[in-house]
Design a protein around this ligand. Sequence first.
Ligand SMILES: *[C@@H]1O[C@H](CO)[C@@H](O)[C@H](O)[C@H]1NC(C)=O
Length: 144
Amino acid sequence: MKIFVAVCFLFAVSTSAYVVKSRDEHLQFRNECIAELKVPTDLLNQYKQFQYPNDSTTQCYLKCIFVKFGFFDTTNGFSVENIHQQLVGAAAEANHGDDLHTKISSCIDKNEQGSNACEWVYRGATCLIKNNLPLVQRSVATQT
Ligand SMILES: *[C@@H]1O[C@H](CO)[C@@H](O)[C@H](O)[C@H]1NC(C)=O
């Protein structure tokens, strides 16, 4: 039995590329990004209201969060799959052919205009937030 469980666990780990992040991890990412970027309190208060002004600190804050989640990296850009899986949660498998996938994809671009990474994430992230994806909102503005 123990061996069976261990084998199943290994199988699960090696086949699932993206690991859904917990609420504790959200909080940790948020705190790390706030510290890294020295985000001032007035901006944090705006984030709590889901207001993300178009300034470089906010752009880089959203990028920092997205990188820590595994939603974005500077080489490959956004991962629609990872964002989707995080939204549906660990208990379900994201169906990458469904409407939610299309909704996420519609906010993502390949940065044809060549903006810096912070601006690039800001464009995508604010679109996802505007489209009312509740979990994206919670992920970026998690408060306790
Ligand atoms: C943010 O501001 C810059 C400079 O004004 C502008 O080019 C860009 O389109 C804005 N981004 C968004 C998502 O509104």
